[in-house]
Design a protein around this ligand. Structure first.
Ligand code: IPM
Ligand code: MN
Length: 320
């Protein structure tokens, strides 16, 4: 299949970790077309917005998008805008420990990606600020259906705060009904308990299905458990489009030094290949990442001494 892929390196380390991903896709896909999109801080400084309507139109013409990182301007996130405009209702985040930790973590967080506390329905006045936590049936149904159709699911843990929030009684009940309909094994856990158990018994988790902000927070916790954000990929998936991006941000404190870990971005490329139905090619990349880590060719965040480029070269060499 001839794929059209929008590519935005964005800011900071995005400029260092995305080029090797483009190289990998060029190597593995049949003549892919890359549509380069310039978004982020520099555009904001120039044009007063980090992303224009024209950029979004350009992105939407592609089949999917690969994104590095965009520095947030407080209160207006490019990522949140893209997720909403393109209806990307799932945020899929696998966390595998690649033998870097004493326990074997193999957890995937399925995070609701459009509503909850990210509804954008907010009021701010001098003495009170209110953000509405929105949960809609249709959206949770499609989210739980998506979870039900994933391969290799052992147990889905629905994570919520239904002891306090009515919106989470609703979230939980819709999830339970859909998972039951699909005969998917599930259990449920309060979010505070889940945060605790993730540290105490990380290996007991398989898939977590949760709302937007809880998923955001638990993602960073899971990242810390496997050796850091530098390793973590993600996929924002909708009915027609998807954005693949490392979980880490633009990391301005290390940008431009060649020390950023490219693995989060490269594994996001793996997720792109899987989404496109190229599962064998995806697993080639995955195996190569594993080999590279086990040889100790890693960046500083994982205790190694290799540069971004050295790690990327080794991964690409193995794929060839
Ligand atoms: C993430 C990020 C984003 C989020 C920010 C940058 C808006 O933290 O993708 O996890 O909160 O979803
Ligand atoms: Mn986050």
């Amino acid at each position: 299949m001839h794929m059209r892929i929008a590519v935005a390196e964005g800011d900071g380390v995005g400029k260092e970790v995305i080029p090797p991903c483009v190289e990998i896709l060029t190597l593995l896909l049949n003549d892919p077309e890359f549509i380069h999109v310039d978004i982020g801080y520099a555009k904001w400084a120039r044009e007063g917005t980090p992303i224009t309507d024209a950029d979004i139109d350009l992105i939407a013409q592609a089949d999917c998008m690969l994104l590095g990182a965009v520095t947030s301007v407080q209160g207006s996130s490019v990522l949140v805008r893209l997720r909403k405009t393109l209806d990307l209702f799932v945020n899929l985040r696998p966390f595998r420990s690649y033998s870097l930790t004493p326990y074997e973590l193999n957890l995937t967080i399925i995070r609701e990606n459009l509503e909850g506390l990210y509804s954008g329905i907010e009021e701010l006045s001098d003495d009170i600020a209110v953000t509405q936590r929105v949960v809609t049936r249709a959206n949770v149904e499609r989210l739980a259906s998506f979870a039900s159709t994933l391969r290799n699911v052992k147990t889905v843990t629905i994570v919520h705060k239904a002891n306090v929030l009515k919106s989470d009684i609703f979230f939980r009940d819709v999830c339970v009904r859909v998972l039951q309909e699909h005969d998917v094994p599930y259990n449920e856990m309060y979010v505070d308990t889940a945060a605790y158990n993730l540290i105490r018994h990380p290996e007991t988790f398989d898939h977590i299905l949760t709302s937007n902000l809880f998923g955001d927070i638990l993602s960073d916790e899971a990242a810390a458990l496997i050796g850091g954000l530098g390793l973590c990929p993600s996929a924002n998936i909708g009915p027609k489009f998807a954005i693949f991006e490392p979980v880490h941000g633009s990391a301005p404190h290390i940008a431009g030094r060649g020390t950023a870990n490219p693995i989060g971005a490269i594994l996001s490329t793996t997720m792109l290949l899987e989404w496109a139905g190229e599962c064998e090619k995806a697993s080639l990349v995955d195996v190569s990442v594993k080999q590279t880590i086990s040889k100790g060719i890693t960046t500083r965040d994982l205790g190694g001494t290799s540069s971004t480029n050295e790690v990327a070269r080794e991964i690409i060499r193995n794929i060839r």
